[in-house]
Design a protein around this ligand. Sequence first.
Ligand SMILES: [Fe+2]
Ligand SMILES: [Fe+2]
Length: 184
Amino acid sequence: MIFVMPDRENSLSLLDEYIDSDNLKDHCKMVAKAMEAYAGKLDKTGGEVEKWWAAGLLHDLDWEKFPDEHPMRAVTHILPPLGYPDDVLYAIKAHAPERTGKTPESEIERYLFACDELAGFMNAVALMRPTGFSGMKISSVNKKLKDKRFAANVPREDIEKGAQLIKKDLNEHIAFMIGVFENS
Ligand SMILES: [Fe+2]
Ligand SMILES: [Fe+2]
């Protein structure tokens, strides 16, 4: 039997089915956008781009309904029967290594890890600014990263580790992400 990966519309309706919080849905969509942009930058095409987008969109799918099982509930029960491929499932597993024991290794796994916490953090920065992402400077993100009271729940070491995993200077990663979100 051949499984075809669900299309974007199906993935988005899955988000509506499992997540009530608009903030969490927005976070999922932001990470999907960042993943899609990085896939494009890395010259991925077609189905590969779709996988990167889906991994971003669905990485926190079970967070609201199954917080204790996150993200294993999604990768063992929800997504496989729908036809999501293994590399998407592994990437979702690897975004939470402390929960799953799966560390980010493949490219899609490393980029998802790198985009997740930074997207969340940068969204918190954008919410403090009257113009949101528009005109955001790398230095203002860095300033907030150093302020431990700001978005205190976002682990700074994961943001650093993410940039290392994709072999980028953190400033370069932040600049790329500003570019992605500024135009959304
Ligand atoms: Fe998560
Ligand atoms: Fe997340």
